[in-house]
Write a protein that binds this ligand. Structure first.
Ligand SMILES: Nc1ncnc2c1ncn2CCCCCNC(=O)c1cc(-c2ccc(F)cc2)cc(O)c1O
Ligand SMILES: [Mg+2]
Length: 215
């Protein structure tokens, strides 16, 4: 059978990017997805906003929900200081297999823990299994209807503490209305919308940054 889109993205990385050079991996994926085949990476425009938030927060522990091919995992990990790491959860085993190879090609495997499974199943085990106290930054980019329930689950598990930053992709397209309503109306979050575009298109989309203010 034909190769899958993630397999074609990995091929583009292996053809065009330099091993150990994260920026070349990012550039190769963006070029492929802009000129060959669209894919649901956060992309270069929203990716620059992601970069600025990561740099501003300079997190020690990051949680990413939804790895896909590892594009945003590489964007985040390349900005982390030694000793910091990103735990990324991916539900789809085929996506996870490709992401592992993309992350390895970028040379950032020491800063990344890729976990296969559903966010709702894994979040309650994070403290015990990874020795995480709380996350400094959470990047939400998985099933859009899971953003709100998983945020509430993270709160209940004590994985979100005063100062934790939530950054959510696709709050306009495909859209996460219940999540937006929650973080924008809750007295416990300070929210800001970064207007941008759906990756590789002219359609509106954006990132919502929400800082937890504590109880
Ligand atoms: N750990 C976990 N737990 C639960 N679900 C999990 C998971 N890990 C993965 N998944 C399963 C998520 C599957 C991918 C989620 N992302 C998306 O669905 C997504 C879709 C678009 C899109 C926009 C316009 C269109 F016309 C079409 C598609 C753009 C994006 O930037 C997107 O991130
Ligand atoms: Mg997305």
């Amino acid at each position: 059978t034909r190769t899958s889109r993630p397999q074609r993205i990995l091929k583009a990385v292996q053809r065009k990017a330099t091993v150990g050079d994260p920026q070349s991996v990012i550039t190769a994926i963006d070029h492929f997805c802009r000129h060959r085949e669209w894919a649901m990476n956060v992309g270069d425009e929203k990716g620059s906003i992601l970069d600025s938030v990561v740099s501003e927060v300079s997190p020690v522990t990051v949680l990413e929900l939804g790895t896909y091919c590892g594009y945003s995992t590489v964007r985040i990990a390349r900005l982390l200081p030694p000793g910091a790491c990103v735990i990324t959860l991916e539900f789809n085993p085929d996506y996870a297999a490709i992401a592992r190879q993309v992350i390895k090609w970028s040379g950032l495997e020491d800063k990344v823990q890729l976990v296969e499974g559903a966010s709702g199943d894994w979040i309650p085990w994070m403290k015990e299994h990874f020795g995480v106290q709380a996350f400094d930054l959470v990047f939400l980019d998985h099933w859009k209807e899971r953003y709100l329930p998983d945020t509430k689950l993270l709160e209940e598990c004590g994985l979100i503490q005063k100062g934790t930053v939530l950054l959510a992709d696709n709050v306009i397209c495909p859209g996460t209305p219940d999540y937006l309503e929650y973080v924008r109306n809750s007295p416990r979050y300070n929210s800001h919308y970064y207007r941008s575009h759906l990756e590789y298109t002219k359609a509106e989309d954006g990132l919502e940054k929400s800082v937890f203010l504590g109880y």
